[in-house]
Write a protein that binds this ligand. Structure first.
Ligand SMILES: O=C[C@H](O)COP(=O)(O)O
Length: 254
């Protein structure tokens, strides 16, 4: 019997946040210093420019910090890029890799995301590996084909549940207010779980599978209550402490 998986609610601030936003981060940390924080893990992936200050601000241990991407190389002549080691030194424990906004805008391939995941691990970061189908792929009823390809193409061989988190984010649900039905989320997460167990055995059964794409306080209980959903990757609703904590509150009920 696989032990219960401890939920993870991750926030992705994307390209939002300056010094004044650290007050929201402190409010999230304060909100999770209560008994609520015993029920889940939380990571906030702030812009890299805020990481060091965020780490200094967060005197409590109730939340971890993450980056939103890292270069595949450990260092070198890559103007404007950020290495996994830089994120780690600045206070990150996690890094998102393969977010659909990078797969699309920066033409990131499964192969590159797999290599970035290994680079993140080498720097001591856990990778939150994103997969998700586009609206066109959904229309063509290719969701499971796409998720299967991305899932297994983007993951190195030796994944562990303490170094790797998977986030299923249907691209058409990101920032749109639309979400799949709970049944559709269940189908994809059950498929991911079976694929991961088939490839990684018992470790595949322990990986946390997050859902992301318009998660809000109003739909959190429904979406987070779906089997094989072990948490959420939250964009817009993570920018306000009240909304992010309201999503976390779902775990008082679930
Ligand atoms: O990384 C977060 C996802 O892109 C979801 O963003 P969203 O909650 O604003 O739809």
């Amino acid at each position: 019997m696989t032990p219960a998986i401890r939920p993870l609610v991750a926030g992705n601030w994307k390209m939002n946040g300056t010094g004044g936003s650290l007050a929201e981060l402190s409010a999230i940390a304060a909100g999770l210093s209560s008994d609520l924080g015993q029920k889940l893990d939380a990571v906030i992936c702030v812009p890299a420019t805020l990481l060091s200050r965020a780490a200094e601000t967060l005197v409590s241990e109730t939340i971890d910090l993450g980056g939103q991407d890292c270069h595949v190389k450990e260092s070198g002549a890559h103007t404007g890029d950020i290495s996994a080691a830089m994120l780690k030194e600045a206070g990150a424990s996690h890094v998102i890799v393969g977010h659909s906004e990078r797969r699309t805008d920066h033409h990131e391939t499964d192969e590159l995301i797999r290599a970035k995941t290994e680079t993140a691990w080498k720097a001591g970061l856990a990778a939150i590996v994103c997969v998700g189908e586009t609206a066109a792929e959904r229309q063509e009823k290719r969701t499971l084909e796409i998720i299967g390809r991305q899932l297994l193409g983007s993951l190195p061989d030796n994944v562990r549940n303490d170094t790797t988190v998977i986030a299923y984010e249907p691209v058409w649900a990101i920032g749109t207010g639309q979400t799949p039905t709970a049944d559709d989320v269940e189908k994809v997460h059950a498929f991911m779980r079976s694929e991961l167990i088939a490839r990684f055995g018992s470790e595949g059964a322990k990986l946390r599978l997050l859902y992301g794409g318009s998660v809000k306080p109003a739909n959190a209980v429904e979406l987070l209550g779906v089997s094989n959903v072990d948490g959420a990757l939250v964009g817009g609703a993570s920018l306000k402490a009240t909304d992010f904590l309201a999503i976390c509150e779902a775990y008082r009920i679930l």
